[in-house]
Design a protein around this ligand. Sequence first.
Ligand SMILES: [Fe+2]
Length: 205
Amino acid sequence: MPPQTYYIEPVEPVLKRFVEDFRNVVARAKGTPALLEELRGPTERLLYDPSWIGETFRKPVPGETATWAMYRSQDPDLCVFTMVVPPGERTKVHNHLTDGWVGCVQGEQLERLFKRVDDRSRPDYAELEVVVEERVSLGELTPLSYPDHDIHQVVTMSDQPSVSLHVLCNDLGTVERQMFEPDAHRVNNFVSGYTNVTGRSAIGR
Ligand SMILES: [Fe+2]
């Protein structure tokens, strides 16, 4: 039986096609290092013309990072959501604990990618170094890969809210993961949820 799936309405044909492509990629490459690279093509097709991403999924929440879920698989091995960061705001430094792709569909972002350089022996302590800091513009994709390229921060550089589409190989909103305070070397656990999903414990945990 195919995995049960959860779409947030409206379900766009381009998203349905992507989920089918994803299933084919997983059937071929699950558990191998090739998975992330094989997902690049389907993700590029998803973002070739992002006009299918309507206002519902581009809405900013003042003073917050909004995450609008579009699709989550029950497994849970895939989620697709948008992240909306208002002008002048930034996300906390955070990880994802899986592989995936992030593509900019509105505005402009600065992305800081961090590398963890301590031995991870203390759960509440981390030493991070910035390894890449680059502007991400419309249509550009950046990979996230666990565990070495998995920690980042996004800053909105445009006057309009920045919107990025996230394709990740877990149900990110339900996963206990970490945010970091690099200067204080502090690590905090959190579960982000999704702005448009309540009762998140019903799926993926
Ligand atoms: Fe992120």
